[in-house]
Design a binder for this molecule. Structure first.
Ligand SMILES: NC(=O)c1ccc[n+]([C@@H]2O[C@H](COP(=O)([O-])OP(=O)(O)OC[C@H]3O[C@@H](n4cnc5c(N)ncnc54)[C@H](OP(=O)(O)O)[C@@H]3O)[C@@H](O)[C@H]2O)c1
Length: 265
């Protein structure tokens, strides 16, 4: 599968690097377009077989799937530029652009003849840079075989899930905004550790390994979080005192309110 990535910034660059490290797409089947050259040169230095160009049309024409990784306000101009060269019977268009819907993408892609390509909304999170993204894919006008191939590609960059577009806001609240929320927990726990006399760098290592342990336990035991919590909450013990103090300060309520707030534009 030949992939063109339009925009070599944070997301486009991370996607290109992830694909190049993975096994599903040959490096010489990755085409990256960007108006300025420094990011393209950096990609080329890391992966000499990646194809880079400053011409969006050149990258798009070569691809089975064109992935848009530009800022939202650039999408219309980029699609106006490349759509005359796109063959909708064999090429799919995917968007990583925050907030762009399948309907909006279809409106931009319309050539006036009623034909539209297979279209995807792909929303990874920033952990795509470390191949540990939680990526959501919503599709329109595509075959289930094509959806499965795309899922396999993104499963190599972390974990990917095919969802209805209507669930995208909730899913990205959990996973894309969720990265920030998880990091706020890390920061809060570090600050607590420092107040209790642990050095900040040590507190960070401790919190990170503790979170890894919690995730590993959930995966290894395929358990509900409360079952793992029960294992560490001795009746009358310290952990339940801590949990109850956190809940009295609104822990669960704060998390849910944060998630709800980040689904509203
Ligand atoms: N960052 C995130 O966490 C995240 C998560 C999910 C989705 N997204 C979405 O991903 C998209 C890209 O975000 P980003 O953080 O990667 O932004 P970014 O780092 O600013 O990257 C955008 C890239 O697009 C290039 N560009 C500008 N005009 C272009 C054009 N006409 N044709 C082709 N490329 C062009 C820019 O090149 P120059 O620098 O040379 O101008 C830049 O390299 C956004 O729509 C965002 O909503 C981001």
């Amino acid at each position: 599968m030949k992939v063109a990535i339009i925009g070599a910034g944070n997301m486009g660059g991370a996607l290109a690097r992830g694909l190049a490290k993975g096994s599903r797409i040959a490096t010489d089947e990755i085409f990256v377009a960007n108006p300025s050259t420094p990011k393209l040169e950096a990609l080329k230095r890391e992966f000499p077989d990646i194809n880079t160009t400053t011409e969006n049309g050149v990258a798009a024409a070569a691809a089975d799937i064109v992935v848009l990784a530009v800022k939202p306000w650039k999408v219309e101009a980029v699609l106006n530029e490349i759509k005359p060269q796109l063959d909708y019977t064999r090429q799919a268009v995917a968007s990583m652009v925050g907030g762009l819907t399948i309907a909006q993408l279809g409106a931009y892609l319309d050539k006036g003849d009623g034909q539209l390509p297979a279209t995807y909304i792909i929303i990874p999170n920033t952990a795509i840079a470390t191949l540990s993204s939680m990526t959501f894919i919503a599709s329109a006008r595509s075959s289930s075989e094509a959806d499965d191939s795309l899922l396999e590609v993104f499963n190599e960059l972390g974990e990917a899930m095919l969802i209805e577009e209507s669930a995208m806001a909730a899913a990205t609240s959990l996973a894309s905004c969720g990265i920030a929320y998880a990091l706020r927990y890390v920061r809060a726990a570090m600050e607590g550790g420092v107040e209790l006399g642990i050095r900040a760098d040590e507190a960070k290592r401790i919190v990170m390994q503790t979170l890894r342990g919690a995730v590993d336990l959930l995966e290894a035991n395929n358990s509900h979080p409360e079952a793992e919590i029960d294992r560490v909450t001795t009746p009358g013990g310290l952990t339940i005192k801590g949990l109850n103090a956190m809940e009295a300060a609104g822990f669960t309520h704060s998390v849910i309110e944060g998630l709800r707030a980040s689904t509203k534009r």
